[in-house]
Write a protein that binds this ligand. Structure first.
Ligand code: SF4
Length: 188
């Protein structure tokens, strides 16, 4: 796994399409118990070379019920976005993850896990990639229990999604308590 992560961190396959250049952000260990599969690092993550060190990350840790030390221990959580590099900004928010990345690298990483981890699929990009369906994000999350025990589906914790949270209050009351329980069981 160590050699593979070094290889990934030197990857520049889609460099011509990356406005700020390649800076692959990934964290994983053969012992990872939970995989966080989201879309791609944002500009702040690119500049800091660290994922989830922002308001979205704080909200995600709150949803998971874990502190920073637990979160950034790769024996607990693998951070495996669909694209490892910041893809640039579009008209509305960040561009989608580069399509080259997940097919090129994900299976090579996940083949190294010693046990079957829980995949927490954050947002539409990772859910479409791993679940290969045409459901809406809301429909998937309403049916979250049907994806367990292998997958847990979540919306992106970005503050931009506060309107979705406000409209779907069941997410906080019905989904998050189960998420916290499942995460604690996996980390125990
Ligand atoms: S996004 Fe993925 S495939 Fe593209 S340069 Fe970065 S690590 Fe390589």
């Amino acid at each position: 796994m160590k050699g593979l992560l070094t290889e990934i961190r030197h990857c520049s396959v889609c460099k011509p399409f990356l406005p700020l250049g390649a800076n692959p952000i990934i964290s994983a260990s053969p012992k990872s118990k939970i995989v966080l599969a989201s879309q791609a690092p944002g500009k702040i993550a690119h500049e800091k070379s660290i994922a989830w060190d922002d308001p979205s990350g704080r909200r995600l840790r709150d949803w998971l019920g874990v502190d920073e030390d637990t979160f950034y221990d790769s024996d607990n959580f693998a951070i495996l976005p669909l694209g490892f590099c910041f893809p640039g900004k579009g008209k509305i928010g960040d561009l989608p993850p580069r399509p080259e990345c997940a097919p090129l690298w994900h299976k090579k990483v996940t083949d190294h896990f010693e046990a079957d981890p829980l995949y927490i699929l954050i947002g539409n990009h990772s859910q479409r990639y791993y679940l290969n369906d045409n459901l809406t994000l809301t429909a998937r999350i309403k049916a979250f229990e049907s994806y367990l025990p292998q997958h847990f589906v979540l919306p992106h914790p970005s503050p931009v999604n506060r309107f979705w949270m406000a409209k779907n209050k069941w997410f906080e009351t019905d989904v998050l308590p189960v998420l916290k329980r499942v995460v604690q069981q996996r980390l125990a």
